[in-house]
Design a protein around this ligand. Sequence first.
Ligand SMILES: *[C@@H]1O[C@H](CO)[C@@H](O)[C@H](O)[C@H]1NC(C)=O
Ligand SMILES: *[C@@H]1O[C@H](CO)[C@@H](O)[C@H](O)[C@H]1NC(C)=O
Length: 393
Amino acid sequence: MASSVPSLLLLLTAFLVNAASGASPVLIIPGTGGNRLEAKLSSRENTAHFYCSKNADWYDLWLDVKQLVPGAIDCWCENIQLNYDSSTSTFSNQQGVETRVPCYGDVCGIEYLDMSVKAGDSAYFHAMIEAFADKGYVRGETIVSAPYDFRYSAVSNKDNYVNATMALAEQLYEQTGEKVLWISHSMGGLWSHYILSNADQAWKDKYIEAWVPIAPAYGGTAQEMRLFASGDSEGIPLVSGKTVRNEQRSYESNFWLLPNLELWDSDETIITKGDQTWTAHDLPQFFEDISYADGAQIYKTLPYDLKDPNIKTYVKYGAGKDTPTSYVYGKDWDTIDKTVNGDGDGTVNIRSLEAGIAKGWKNTEHEKFDGEDHQSVLKNDSLLKELLELAGV
Ligand SMILES: *[C@@H]1O[C@H](CO)[C@@H](O)[C@H](O)[C@H]1NC(C)=O
Ligand SMILES: *[C@@H]1O[C@H](CO)[C@@H](O)[C@H](O)[C@H]1NC(C)=O
């Protein structure tokens, strides 16, 4: 018995060394709402209900499904909503609310989103992290992530996210001696595209093995126009779009996800109401028409860029799912009479997922996972096997 212990240790050590040599460390950039966000309340004055908490030590503002049930959700919406100051074009938290992003440089902010529900959509990156861990990867060391305050875009670059994330990639390289496999999901694809397409070529050549955008929303989505018009309850039971609309309108990041003018033509109607129609090219006017004037000002600031990232890129995405392409509204902005669907992953339109094809990105391969949706694709067995191969394990 005693003699088997050293041999097991030896085996384990050999295995770990083997996994570390030649294999790329992994850096994950999650999507919007794809990592935990903590809040602290001090003499908070909510207007929604008398029972909203006034004081609270650091807690999970996102995600804790208990806070999203009717009644509680009104307090939650007011606490997570941003203020926009149109005179300085800046966003900030509400009075009495402080926020912070936990687990930067680790995976504890993305593996599970709701720490009390370790299943379903809450188990966001669990399958992928587990697949790497099975091959000897160590959470927080050789597989890490760069979570962010997903209410902001690259314009605010909250917490100096661009530089911090480049520094994280450099650190992974220094510690392992291997180039980084950079994996993103959904809006993480916009952040990654922004960082990688603006980075020096020499920097990319030195530090990055390849980029794998999974279900990238980098051309935006048609349904983002609905979100601004009527709110999007995103399947939360018993919650209407109207309840979350002001909160969603206040996110700078939601503007980043609007349909890109390079992919949507000026004669493609996305929204119809009565005898009025709006295309992606009508967005500034659309914000006026939905009575959200600040929207037009914020919209102008976003970097809607689809230039060739000039890095080895493997795009992986679900398809063949009904994905909204346009909406017909009824008597008011709370009533949708008809949703027209097209191809995509259920959330992101196919043209957005395949923007790299339309834009002729040179060093890029696209792979479609028919039948997988925006979230399920992250857990597809063949995709996970391919990621391990790309990492060189
Ligand atoms: C980010 O890094 C670049 C290059 O090192 C530097 O020029 C820039 O000032 C940094 N930006 C911030 C906001 O720290
Ligand atoms: C993964 O996606 C492929 C391609 O769409 C599909 O054929 C396969 O059934 C999926 N695998 C699993 C385990 O769902």
